[in-house]
Design a protein around this ligand. Structure first.
Ligand code: ASP
Length: 439
């Protein structure tokens, strides 16, 4: 029987009612055998996440302030879940111990990780699954980076002997068994690591939305959901700011060829978004898969007659960029011009120095910097088979009088990038969406 690893986000496990939905989802399909929970998240928009309350408690103790207010809120979140579900876990004892450790002085990562730890204990009891502490299964190197090979060897060995388990998300251990966490939202990463080690058929990531949308719903009202997307398309869209998943959660499952399915705990019948490996991709109903973008870029244009025949010209421009500690985003070039697209915020403090250095190194005819640009990526694996996609895109933009300042298309034809004025950002996204998807 194939295995499914399921990760539930904070809002999916925010209270006892959500726990009940989670159990119903797991019982619906017995292949759902390894469960990775987050800490209790928000129950309503103004609510506080347990992880935030834990950080608050830690900071209060370290500043010599009173931590009892946030800690009391944490206590009541867990006791409410335990009591409503009539579980037998002695959660007060665990909480007392954490409180004592907090006063005594422990690391911030240790305190932050307790949100997932306690939720995992409750969930394991509720499901009748074994509890596995990731401190013995997920490892970090001394520099804090994730130790994927050691983790995979140990974790897969343990999972081979345990048919069903709850493994809290967000943390593991560093040398000497000290607790270490991933960055915020890191339970997504833990879930992906467990899916790889378990050799899962699918990694299901349960959250509070029906998967990814084709465009940001704050810009495009009623944006349609994406049913199928490849990992490479997802990478392009999330780079452009369309995020539901922690970035580092994509790699472990992608490498192992395991699809990720984003699902909604509050609407379990909705199929959500399936993120697939290229090889098993399904046809998409639209030529594009999605459109996303970011504001706040600057384009540095360096122009020099006969640039194309000057050996080393590009290297010198990039050398100047590198010397200022800037990373560049895109490099559109023409016959006599070379453009470097960088983030405006990164450029601002070093702008004058950079200009001087490029002039010294390359002696250009002109050098201009255009700030306030937004970059929009129209992404779609279907674009390669559809002639005229670029024409449609630019017609749509000209119809709404958006001036295109930069164009960049990777040879993979997975995405077309356009640079427009920051002010035209939303108009451009709406125009592209309407052209390819409709109202
Ligand atoms: N609880 C952690 C956070 O709030 C990790 C997670 O939920 O993924 O960031």
């Amino acid at each position: 029987m194939g295995k499914i690893v399921v990760k539930f986000g904070g809002s999916s496990l925010a209270d006892a009612k959500q726990f009940q939905k989670v159990r119903a989802i797991i019982e619906m399909n017995r292949q759902r055998c390894y469960v990775v929970p987050s800490a209790p998240g928000k129950r309503f928009p103004e609510d506080e996440k347990v992880t935030d309350l834990l950080y608050q408690s830690y900071r209060a103790v370290n500043a010599g302030e009173d931590y009892h207010v946030p800690f009391a809120k944490i206590r009541s979140r867990y006791t409410e879940i335990r009591d409503t579900l009539s579980l037998s876990v002695k959660i007060e004892e665990y909480l007392d111990q954490i409180e004592a450790e907090l006063e005594k002085g422990v690391t911030e990562d240790y305190i932050a990780s307790r949100g997932e730890y306690l939720n995992g204990l409750l969930l394991a009891d509720y499901l009748g699954f074994q509890f596995l502490d990731p401190k013995d299964l997920i490892f970090f190197m001394d520099d804090g980076s994730f130790d994927s090979e050691r983790t995979n060897t140990v974790l897969s060995g343990v999972l081979a002997k345990v048919p069903s388990a709850v493994i809290p998300g967000f943390y593991g251990s560093i040398r000497n068994g000290e607790i270490h966490t991933f960055s915020r939202g890191g339970s997504d990463v833990s879930g992906a690591i467990v899916a790889r080690a378990a050799g899962a058929d699918i990694y299901e990531n349960w959250t509070d939305v029906n998967g990814f949308l084709m465009a940001d719903p704050r810009i495009v009202k009623n944006a349609k959901p994406i049913k199928n997307i490849t990992y490479r398309e997802l990478r392009e869209l999330s780079y452009m700011g369309a995020g539901v998943l922690h970035e580092d959660s994509v790699f472990p499952v992608h490498r192992a060829g395991i699809p990720t399915n984003i699902r909604n705990t509050n609407e379990p019948d909705n199929a959500g978004t399936m993120i697939m490996h290229g090889a098993v991709e399904e046809p998409n109903p639209y030529v594009i898969t999605g459109v996303a973008g970011k504001r706040g870029f600057s384009v540095i244009s360096v122009e020099k007659a006969m640039m194309n025949s000057e050996v080393g010209f590009g290297r010198k421009v990039l050398q100047a960029v590198e010397e200022q500690g800037l990373s560049f985003e895109h490099l559109p070039t023409g016959i006599d011009t070379m453009c470097v697209v960088v983030s405006t915020a990164q450029l601002a403090p070093v702008k004058e120095k950079l200009v001087r250095r490029i002039v010294d190194l390359t002696d250009p005819d002109t050098l201009t910097i255009h700030d306030d640009m937004a970059i929009i990526a129209t992404v779609g694996r279907g674009m390669v088979q559809n002639p005229g996609t670029a024409a449609k895109l630019f017609t749509a933009l000209s119809r709404v009088h958006v001036n295109v300042r930069m164009i960049d298309q990777g040879s993979s034809e997975l995405s077309i990038l356009v640079g427009v004025d920051n002010d035209d950002f939303e108009t451009a996204i709406r125009a592209i969406y309407e052209e390819f998807v409709g109202e």
